[in-house]
Ligand binder design. Structure first.
Ligand code: HEM
Length: 350
């Protein structure tokens, strides 16, 4: 298994989520950034001792085809979207996701700024969400979020690809969704009823008993048991975000999994319901405004990117030059790989 990106690292007080789409012809610049991203993270992280800056970089399905020749992760596909009778999870654009985490915002911000500089003219930032820790890892509904995440070996099994896709072992599938909360409606509910919506107690964060937990509670809907009795799990790293000026109060949902099918099953249950519930009651108070799927390759993959689709194939026919396919919009002389940290390309903005 290649070395995974820091998916299993614990949550931090600060996070920034940046989603970009790649402009036509921007592929080479994006590839160069992917190859340099770990070096950039290291040089910024080293300047902020104790910040523990990490960056997890993930790539969408259509972008994969534009950036890389060769193998593709077996289950990489676009976010399907879910339309229930009452609530909808839209699919929204996104080619690359940068999930930045640190003990302090400055470290995340410096790396986000560097990423934006490097991508200027080559990619468009379609979403930037600044997440923050809210008390004891609570969401803005006031409940502790993340308690039942798997730990240790269970976390590795839930989040990282193993032998089932050997070319991509150590990788992961990640789904992000931005939710905004109807906070006034939520606050109007007595705490007792809020607990029925979530399926846990609010202050002490204890799961309600099976008798007390409604079938449409968030915890009941998202407890997936396989026929063999084992629980299907994902690794969530949600963060609150918001703006008092805009009256926006949200949860940035992000979950890593060895297969996107587990998260998609959970979403199907939340939005389309189960045989015992019409939909997840949390959706009466939380509106999904984005939804995008990505693949998180290993660090080794980023350090040694496969050839680009427009590059000549390694095996040119004897005596003849390979005739590289040249998709429209790709730069004509785009044959270089990483620029290397010592020779960073200067963007026009810097
Ligand atoms: C508005 C967005 C969301 C909020 C505020 C939220 C909040 C919570 C809270 C407070 C818990 C209970 C504590 C815990 O174990 O973490 C929880 C559990 C959970 N949530 Fe969410 N969640 C959201 C969206 C989602 C989505 C979209 C999924 C899956 C696609 C999901 C999957 C889960 C799972 C698997 C659990 C653990 C269930 C268990 O084993 O007990 N959540 N969530």
């Amino acid at each position: 298994m290649g070395e995974p990106q820091p998916i299993l690292e614990p949550l931090t007080p600060a996070a920034i989520f940046v989603v970009v789409t790649i402009d036509e012809g921007g592929e080479e610049t994006v590839r160069n950034l992917l190859a340099d991203i770990n070096g950039l993270r290291r040089s910024i992280g080293f300047r902020v001792p104790g910040a523990g800056l990490t960056c997890i970089t993930s790539i969408g399905s259509a972008a994969w085809d534009r950036l890389f020749a060769g193998h593709k992760p077996a289950e990489l596909h676009d976010f399907p979207g879910f339309t229930g009778a009452r609530h909808t999870a839209p699919a929204t654009p996104g080619d690359v996701l940068f999930h930045l985490k640190a003990e302090s915002h400055d470290a995340c911000f410096e790396l986000a700024m560097t990423i934006a500089d490097r991508l200027a003219g080559a990619a468009t930032i379609v979403d930037e969400t600044v997440g923050f820790r809210y008390f004891e890892q609570r969401d803005l509904l006031g409940f502790v979020d993340g308690t039942e995440n798997p730990e240790g070996r269970a976390a590795t099994a839930a989040a990282l690809i193993g032998d089932e896709d050997p070319n991509f072992a150590g990788g992961s599938y990640v789904i992000v969704q931005k939710y905004t909360h109807r906070l006034a409606d939520w606050r109007a509910l007595p705490v007792e009823e809020q607990q029925q919506v979530i399926g846990r107690t609010k202050l002490a964060d204890v799961e309600l008993s099976d008798d007390d937990k409604p079938a449409n509670s968030h915890v009941a809907i998202n407890t997936l048991i396989d026929p063999d009795g084992s629980q299907l799990q994902i690794l969530r790293a949600n963060m609150p975000f918001g703006s008092v000026a805009d009256g926006e109060f949200g949860t940035y949902y992000i979950a890593y999994a060895a297969t996107p099918s587990v998260t998609e099953r959970m979403l199907s249950r939340m939005f389309l319901g189960t045989d015992r519930a019409a939909y997840d009651r949390i959706l009466d108070f939380s509106v999904a405004v984005t939804g995008t799927s990505f693949f998180t390759p290993t660090i080794d993959f980023l350090d040694n990117l496969p050839s680009a689709p427009w590059e000549p194939t390694q095996l040119a026919p004897p005596g003849g030059e390979a005739d590289p396919p040249s998709p429209s919009g790709t730069p004509p002389n785009s044959t270089t790989g990483a620029l290397g940290i010592g020779t960073l390309k200067r963007s026009s903005r810097s």
